[in-house]
Write a protein of this length. Sequence first.
Length: 276
Amino acid sequence: MKPLSEKIIRPITEADINKGRINRKLIQNIFFIDIDRPKKMNGFTPYMFQEIAKAFTEYENENNALCAIVYTSGDNFCAGMDLNKMKALLEKGDHSYIKNKNFIDPLGLNKPVRSKPLIVAVKGITFTYGLELMLSSDIALAAKNTTFAMLEVKRGLLMTGGATIRFVQRAGWSNAMKYLLTGIKFDSQEAYRMNLVQEIVDESYLFTRAVELAGHICKSSPLAIKEIIKNSRLAQIDPLKAIEKFNSVQNKLIKSKDFAEGLESFEKKREPKFEV
């Protein structure tokens, strides 16, 4: 795969600074989602919540997109929600900014959810919603300079983006409570120790590494990938049901073009070339 720039260049307006942007672009079967409000450390506004849901929906509906990368071309991944912009909605109990049945839920908590793989690459400040978005990914990469925190406890709020579920699942109860109940900051090494991220890399290599992993995914069977994600999710809820699905799913895959190509490539000792 050719080297790609992490910047999706577009003119920045005052409206962009105020509302923020979620840039997206499809390159070589990879769907790039760039969080773009650097002057506010990518603090999310109501508009950005809506836009990232639209971006995930575009990814899901784009047949040529086989893997997505969520990242930022700025210095900080995400400082969470911009409370100044969100205050009025929070006080009214209005959650429409984050729950819309017409769009894919980026956090994967409400239907519809994505069926295709997601890599999230974080750096710098990665707080609250930014951390929860990372936890919703299939593969999480962190730059060495990343600082994490769940600050809701300092604002009198509950984490509603999945941290009370996924942080606990990955890190264990006491590790999760140490940070969910205190709001204490932690670094990328601690995140790796707690199994919140899969790799730590230099900031200069972060985007490249995300593209490398996405490239490997794009060379794999799209049908098998969807079934692996689906079955793995089911196993988190009901392992026995996931096991019951093994044979029926496998039989379906064996009848697919992907299996035919996989088998032929094995027999001919070449790399498989799956149809998109």
